[in-house]
Design a protein around this ligand. Structure first.
Ligand code: NAD
Length: 456
């Protein structure tokens, strides 16, 4: 993937690409936030931008709560949005220019919290959507944070490690005034990892001193927490077990398919296997594989850890990512990108339970199709909240300058995820809604209460 614009040493200026439809829709996305929910139920439009899709879910819950219009607008509108230029000078003198985003959505319940994503499709609308989801996610698990999200529109495969470090440091230098242990705390997300967090700690220290609580998901050596790396997967397993129980589905022997074999996907798969489930299909950007006897997850991790793809595993059946999503399994875990379950393929899903490891993997139109088919969807803001929960523990440990044991982290994580599950399923029963609307109801009530008490 080429950078957005390049300045050639010979003076030739490359034509800038046309704005993508999503960029053109960014302003439209903000207008959605500025409008209160419609009074009547409206069928989901097939093509909503990511931010419109989150607000569509918000609106459903706002209607259940009878939230006044002015409160809806206040809660949907981002607190602050930042866009910075990130130039990278190549050895031959060329300058590649990337764009860095940070959207801070809401801080009524505490400092804003959310990941940093390195992906060519990162843009303002996606950052708004994911920042908003973080506001609702931190409230669902009741950790004292608000929501934020950001990233850089680059493909890490195009950069060497020193270049990735330079880009990360430039981004940090340009946003350091806006982040901090009590303001906004980034973390890893798609294509970022503990190493990237360590570079941010170091760059931030040049301006504000050594304050490791400025980011979470750090390596253990610079203030990370035991259990953070696997936390999202552990949380996915905890919630999948509770949801399976509620569905009368025995986790032991249940067949599972996982899309994405990075942090969230690989750990979710391993914890589910350890809980007795049979992981029969996994996929990544290179494709997918299937083995009805249960895949060798350790071998797959070795292959992916060495830079390969799950499709490099020999002796198993190769399938496409579309076939993986439609696989004959009991539980489907999308744990890669957003929007992978859409109106074009939701009808093909054969799983009884979809547990969202990724953020926003199901479009509103797909949600509706799955509901009509009787497929239970456990929403991202509940299912993948294990990561931000252990990020909270990491932040607490940094502020206390005291390290917890791995056992304590796992035990507290299970407790918080279980409480969140019970709060959401009780709200679903009370209001007669899907788990997604119920999770938004729980979250919005908590955020609105804090905003009311503090005064907007
Ligand atoms: P990661 O970079 O570690 O892994 C991403 C995986 O998705 C990789 O296996 C990659 O090959 C695969 N992938 C990428 N493009 C794909 C495509 N087009 N088709 C199929 N697979 C594809 O990222 P991660 O941290 O595991 O994050 C995955 C998702 O989970 C993201 O939506 C992220 O926002 C969400 N999430 C992550 C965390 C966390 O703690 N890391 C927490 C909550 C939610």
């Amino acid at each position: 993937m080429a950078a957005r614009s390049e300045d050639h040493p010979d003076g030739a200026v490359e034509t800038l690409p046309e704005p993508t439809p999503r960029r053109a829709a960014e302003r439209e996305g903000l207008e959605t936030a500025e409008k209160p929910a419609a009074r009547e139920e409206v069928a989901p439009a097939a093509r909503l931008t990511p931010f419109q899709a989150v607000n569509y879910q918000f609106d459903r819950a706002a209607r259940v709560l009878g939230l006044p219009d002015h409160v809806q607008v206040a809660l949907k509108t981002p607190f602050r949005e930042v866009l910075v230029e990130i130039p990278l000078v190549h050895e031959d003198g060329r300058i590649a220019t990337y764009h860095g985003y940070r959207v801070q959505h809401n801080n009524a319940r505490g400092p804003m919290k959310g990941g940093l994503r390195y992906h060519p499709e990162v843009d303002l609308d996606e950052a708004r959507a994911l920042a908003s989801l973080m506001t609702w996610k931190t409230a669902v698990v009741d950790v004292p944070f608000g929501g934020a999200k950001g990233g850089i529109d680059l493909d890490p495969r195009d950069l060497t490690r020193p270049q990735l470090e330079r880009v990360t440091r430039t981004f940090t230098e340009r946003i350091y005034r806006l982040i901090g242990p009590h303001e906004d705390i980034p973390a890893p997300d798609l294509n970022t990892n503990p190493q990237v967090m360590a570079w941010i700690v170091d760059e931030y220290a040049k301006f504000a001193g050594f304050r490791p609580a400025v980011v979470t998901g750090k390596p253990l050596e610079v203030g990370g927490s035991p259990g953070r790396h696997s936390a999202t997967g552990r949380g996915v397993q905890t919630i999948a077990a509770l949801a399976a129980g509620a569905e009368g589905l025995d986790l032991s022997g249940a067949r599972v398919a996982v899309q994405g074999f990075g942090n969230v996907g690989s750990w979710s798969a391993r914890f589910l296997r350890d809980a007795g489930a049979r992981v029969v299909a996994v996929g990544d950007v290179g494709g997918a594989v299937r083995d009805d006897a249960g895949l060798d997850l350790e071998r797959l991790s070795e292959i992916v850890g060495a830079g390969g793809s799950v499709v490099d595993h020999e002796g198993v059946t190769r399938i496409s990512n579309e076939e993986l999503l439609a696989a004959d399994v009991d539980i489907l875990i999308p744990a890669a990108l957003g929007g992978v379950l859409h109106e074009g393929n939701a009808g093909d899903v054969r799983a009884r339970l979809v547990v969202e490891g990724a953020n926003a993997p199901t479009t509103p139109a797909a949600d509706e199709i799955l509901r009509e088919k009787g497929v239970t969807v456990v929403p991202d803001i509940l299912a993948n909240a294990g990561g931000v929960t252990v990020s909270y523990f990491e932040w607490v440990q940094n502020l206390q300058q005291f390290r917890w044991t791995a056992e304590r982290v796992d035990e507290e994580l299970r407790r918080i995820m279980t409480e969140a599950w019970h709060a959401v399923s009780a709200a679903a029963a009370e209001h007669g809604t899907t788990l997604r609307t119920a999770a938004f109801v729980v979250a919005i009530e908590r955020v609105a209460a804090a905003a009311r008490l503090r005064g907007v």
